[in-house]
Design a protein around this ligand. Structure first.
Ligand code: 26W
Length: 790
C-alpha cells in the first residue's frame, strides 16, 4: 500500500511561498503555528485535484448523505497525511530542515463540532466511507464556536468559548457558488457552505463534508448606517449569524431552545435544497429521486428533513403528496443513539407554528395520515403513536414513520428499542427495525495514535492490509501465547504509558508512575455512565489503606476525562467531587507509590489519542440498559486494554469477540434491574456493604468542601432520598458497588501476573476486528442505503 510522492523541493518551496504571502515571513522567521498553516495549505493543494476527480467518478450513481448536527473531527493534518500515505516522507523532509513534526501537529486546534459519541461516530463514518470507496457526503453546521474549552477552577468546571478558526482554517473551502437561502416565517437567511475534504486511506476516494454557515441577506445595511444607526446596520447579519454561532453543549437533555430548532431547520433545508439543485442538473423526474439519494438522519436532530423534503417535493417540484411521501420514506433513514427519555426531542407545537408554519402544516398532515393508517389497520390505541401529542411534536415518532429504516447502534440497544422503548412501532413496522453496531476508524485510533503497535501488527501479519480490513487482526490470535511477541507488546504499552506520563506532567502538572496500572474512564460526564461509582471505589480503597497501611496494593493511577453540559448541575457536582477525592489522595503521603488520581482538563479528541494507547484498564461501568453502545470501549480494546464493565451496550459484543476470560464483567443486568426496580432500597447496600456508608457520607460529613454550592448534598440526596423526577439511586450505584469492588480486586490479581495480563490484552487486540467503522459502513451501505462502491 502506498506510492504517493511528496518531494522535498516541492514541499519546501510551496511552504515558503505560503509563508511569504500569508504571514510575510521566511521559513526561519516563521512561528510553528504559521508553519503549521503553511504546511496544511500545501497539503490541501495536493488534495484538491484528486478531490474534484473523485467527485466526478460518482456523478451519475446513487450517493449517500449523512445529516448530523455534530461532527467531532479532531485534528486533520496528520490524519490526512496518513491517508495520503505521505506522512513519513513529509516528517523526514521537515525533520531534515530542523522542524519537529509533532510540534507542528500540536499547533492545530481540534475541529470539535460535537459533544461526544454521536459526533465522533459521524467523523469515523466519514473516514470509513471514503476509505471503502462509498460516496458518502456529510452535511452539518459550521459552528464558529465548537464544544467549550473546559478549565478547572479549584476543582469546579468552567467553560470557555472555543473560537477554533480564529487563526484560520486551512482545511475548508468556502463555496460561495453553492450558497442557498433558508426561509423562516419572519426571516430569510443565507446558508454559505464550506467544504472539507474527507480523504480515504489510499486517497482513491475523497468525499466532502459540507458545513453551512449562516449570514444575513444583507451583511451590512449602508442606508441604516448613514442614518448613524450603526447597530441597526449590522442587525440582520448579527441575528442571522447567531444560527451557526455555537454548538449546543448538551448531549443528553434536550434543551428545547428556539435557536436550536432554527439550527436544525437551517442546515436540513440548506442541505436538501443543495441536493435538489444538484439533481436538477441531470434529472427532471423527482419520482426517481430516491434511486439516487440515501439520506441518513443522525438521531432526531435533523428529523425536520421529513416535512422539509415533503415541502420541497410537493410545493417546489409539484409531486403529488402520495408520490412525495413514497420518495421521502424511501430516501430517508433514521438512527437512534439513546434510550434516555430526557434525550428524546419533543418540540412545542408553538415553536413550529411560530417559526415554521408551513412545515407545521405538513407535520399535521403527516400526523393525520398516520392516524388514518392506524384506523385502517384496526389499531385501537392510536395515542401511543401520535406524532403531535399534548402540544408537542415527538421527533422520534416522526423519524420512524417518515423513513424506511430505524436502527439502533448495538445489539442490546436495538433489542431494547424493539421490545420495550419502541415496541408499539416495532409491532407496526417490524421490517424497518435493524441493528448496526457502532465502529471506530482504525486509521485514527490505531495507525495514527499508536504507530508502534501498528508496526508490530503489520510485521506479525506480514502486511498492513489490516489498515483497511480490520478483521485481519484475528491473525494475531496465534501469537497469544508467544512470550517474545507479548514482551514486545508489553514494551510498546510501557512506551505509550511513559509518553502519556510526560504529557500529563506538562499539561496537568502531576507526576504519574508508568509502572502503575493506568485505569482510565474517559467520556462525557453523565449520571448513567457512573463516574461516581469509580470515585467511590477509589475513596474506599483510600480508607482501607489508611486503616491498614500495610495492605498490599499494586500501584494504580486513576485517570478521568469528562466534560459536563454547562446546565447539568449534578454532573458538575460529580466533577467537583472527583477533584476533591483527587486532592485528598494525591496530597496524602500514605498514598505515595500506591495510588494517584488525575482528572485531565479539557478532554477532547486530540487528548484521547494519547490516552487510549496508554491504557491498561478500560472503564465501561454504565447502568445496564443505559449506554446505547459506547465507542470509547472499542478504542481501548483496539489498543490492548481489557474492559471492566457492565453487561451494557457494545461491551457485550466486545466480550463476545475477545472472550469473557479476557475482560472483567460485573453488575446487574437489564433483567436484574427490571426485577428489583420497584422494591429497590439503596439504604440496604448503604448500611450493609462494608465501607460504603463511610464513602457516601463524605458527601455531607465535611470531608470535602463544595463551597456551599449544595452540589454534594444534592448528590447525597439523589442516592438516598431521590428527587421529584427520580427514585433514590436510580442508576443503582450502591447496588453494584460491592460487585464492582470485587471485580477490581480480580483485576489487581490478574495484573500482578504481567504475562497473563498481556495475554488478555492481546486477545482484545486480536478480537477487535468487528469494531471497525468500515464494517459498520459496509452494513449501512448494503442494508439501508443500497449503495454501489465507486
Ligand atoms: C437533544 C440533546 C442531545 C444531544 C445529543 C441528546 C442526545 C444526544 C446524543 C444522541 C447523545 C449521544 O452522543 N449518544 C451516544 O451515541 C453514541 C454513538 O452511537 C453511542 O455510542 C453512545 O452509547 C450514546 O450515548
Amino acid at each position: 500500500m502506498g506510492g504517493n510522492k511528496m518531494d522535498r523541493e516541492t514541499l519546501l518551496e510551496k511552504m515558503e511561498a505560503r509563508l511569504l504571502t500569508e504571514a510575510k515571513k521566511t521559513m526561519e522567521k516563521a512561528s510553528e503555528k504559521e508553519k503549521y498553516h503553511a504546511l496544511s495549505k500545501v497539503v490541501m493543494e495536493e488534495i484538491a485535484p484528486n478531490w474534484i476527480q473523485s467527485e466526478e467518478r460518482f456523478t451519475n450513481s446513487k450517493k449517500a448523505y449523512y445529516l448530523s448536527s455534530e461532527y467531532l473531527m479532531g485534528r486533520a493534518l496528520t490524519n490526512n497525511l496518513i491517508n495520503m500515505q505521505i506522512k513519513e516522507q513529509v516528517e523526514e523532509i521537515l525533520e531534515a530542515e530542523g522542524m519537529e513534526f509533532d510540534a507542528l501537529e500540536e499547533q492545530e486546534e481540534d475541529a470539535a463540532l460535537g459533544n461526544g459519541g454521536l459526533g465522533r461516530l459521524a467523523a469515523c463514518f466519514l473516514d470509513s466511507a471514503a476509505t471503502k470507496d462509498y460516496p458518502l457526503m456529510g452535511y452539518g453546521i459550521r459552528y464558529q464556536y465548537g464544544i467549550f474549552k473546559q478549565e478547572f477552577n479549584n476543582g469546579f468546571q468552567v467553560e470557555k468559548g472555543d473560537d477554533w478558526t480564529r487563526d484560520g482554517d486551512p482545511w475548508s473551502v468556502k463555496r460561495r457558488d453553492r450558497a442557498v437561502t433558508v426561509q423562516f416565517h419572519d426571516e430569510e437567511v443565507v446558508a454559505l457552505p464550506y467544504d472539507m475534504p474527507i480523504v480515504g486511506y489510499g486517497k482513491n476516494t475523497i468525499n466532502t463534508l459540507r458545513l453551512w454557515e449562516a449570514h444575513g441577506k444583507k451583511a451590512f445595511d449602508l442606508e441604516t448606517f448613514n442614518r448613524q444607526d450603526y447597530q441597526g446596520a449590522l442587525e440582520e447579519e448579527i441575528k442571522a449569524s447567531a444560527i451557526s454561532k455555537v454548538l449546543y453543549p448538551d448531549d443528553s437533555t434536550e434543551e428545547g431552545k428556539i435557536l436550536r430548532l432554527k439550527q436544525q431547520y437551517f442546515f436540513v433545508s440548506a442541505s436538501l435544497q443543495d441536493l435538489i439543485h444538484k439533481y436538477k442538473e441531470t434529472h427532471e423526474d423527482f419520482r426517481e429521486f430516491h434511486r439516487f439519494h440515501a439520506i441518513q438522519l443522525n438521531d432526531t436532530h435533523p428529523a425536520v428533513a421529513v416535512p422539509e423534503l415533503m415541502r420541497l417535493l410537493t410545493t417546489e417540484e409539484e409531486l403529488s403528496w402520495e408520490d412525495a411521501w413514497e420518495v421521502t420514506t424511501k430516501t430517508l433513514a433514521y438512527t437512534n443513539h439513546t434510550l434516555m427519555a430526557e434525550a428524546l426531542e419533543q418540540w412545542p407545537v408553538d415553536f413550529y407554528k411560530k417559526l415554521l408554519p408551513e412545515i407545521y402544516e405538513i407535520i399535521h398532515r403527516i400526523h393525520n395520515q398516520l392516524l388514518v393508517e392506524l384506523r385502517d389497520r384496526g389499531i385501537s390505541s392510536p395515542e401511543e403513536f401520535q406524532i403531535i401529542h399534548h402540544d408537542s411534536i415527538k421527533m422520534a415518532w416522526l423519524s420512524i414513520y417518515g423513513t424506511h429504516s430505524t436502527n439502533g447502534v448495538a445489539e442490546l440497544h436495538t433489542n431494547l428499542l424493539k421490545n420495550i422503548e419502541l415496541k408499539h412501532w416495532y409491532d407496526l413496522y417490524p421490517d424497518r427495525f435493524n441493528n448496526k453496531t457502532n465502529g471506530i476508524t482504525q486509521r485514527r485510533w490505531l495507525l495514527k495514535s499508536n504507530p508502534e503497535l501498528s508496526e508490530l501488527i503489520t510485521e506479525l501479519l506480514g502486511g498492513d492490509d489490516w489498515v483497511v480490513n480490520l478483521e485481519k487482526l484475528q491473525g494475531l490470535r496465534k501469537y497469544g501465547e508467544d512470550e517474545k511477541v507479548l514482551e514486545r507488546f508489553d514494551d510498546i504499552k510501557r512506551e505509550k504509558k511513559r509518553e502519556l506520563a510526560d504529557f500529563i506532567q506538562i499539561h496537568e502538572d502531576i507526576t504519574i508512575d508508568p509502572e502503575s496500572i493506568y485505569d482510565i474512564q474517559i467520556k462525557r460526564l453523565h449520571e448513567y455512565k457512573r463516574q461516581l461509582l469509580m470515585a467511590f471505589y477509589i475513596l474506599d480503597r483510600y480508607y482501607r489503606i489508611k486503616d491498614n497501611p500495610k495492605e498490599e496494593m499494586y500501584p494504580r493511577t486513576f485517570i478521568f476525562g469528562a466534560k459536563a453540559a454547562p446546565g447539568y448541575f449534578r454532573a458538575k457536582g460529580i466533577i467537583k467531587f472527583i477533584n476533591e477525592v483527587k486532592k485528598l489522595v494525591n496530597e496524602d503521603p500514605d498514598m505515595r507509590g500506591k495510588m494517584k488520581v488525575v482528572f485531565v482538563e479539557n478532554y477532547r479528541v486530540s487528548y484521547a489519542e494519547k490516552l487510549f494507547p496508554a491504557a491498561d484498564l478500560s472503564e465501561q461501568i454504565s447502568t445496564a440498559g443505559k449506554e446505547a453502545s459506547g465507542t470509547g470501549n472499542m478504542k481501548f480494546m483496539l489498543n490492548g486494554a481489557p474492559t471492566i464493565g457492565t453487561y451494557d451496550g457494545a461491551n457485550i459484543e466486545i466480550v463476545e469477540e475477545a472472550g469473557e476470560e479476557n475482560n472483567f464483567i460485573f453488575g446487574l443486568r437489564v433483567e436484574d434491574i427490571e426485577s428489583i426496580r420497584e422494591s429497590y432500597d439503596p439504604k440496604v447496600p448503604y448500611e450493609k456493604v462494608a465501607g460504603l456508608k463511610r464513602v457516601v457520607d463524605t458527601l455531607v460529613d465535611g470531608t470535602f468542601d463544595d463551597e456551599n454550592t449544595g452540589m454534594f448534598q444534592d448528590l447525597y440526596d439523589a442516592l438516598l432520598k431521590g428527587a421529584h423526577w427520580h427514585k433514590p439511586d436510580h442508576y443503582f450505584i450502591l447496588q453494584d458497588f460491592e460487585d464492582y469492588r470485587r471485580t477490581q480486586r480480580q483485576v489487581e490479581e490478574a495484573y500482578r501476573d504481567r504475562k497473563n495480563w498481556m495475554k488478555k490484552a492481546w486477545a482484545n487486540v486480536a478480537g477487535a476486528g468487528k469494531f471497525s467503522s468500515d464494517r459498520t459502513i459496509e452494513q449501512y451501505a448494503k442494508e439501508i442505503w443500497e449503495l454501489q462502491k465507486g
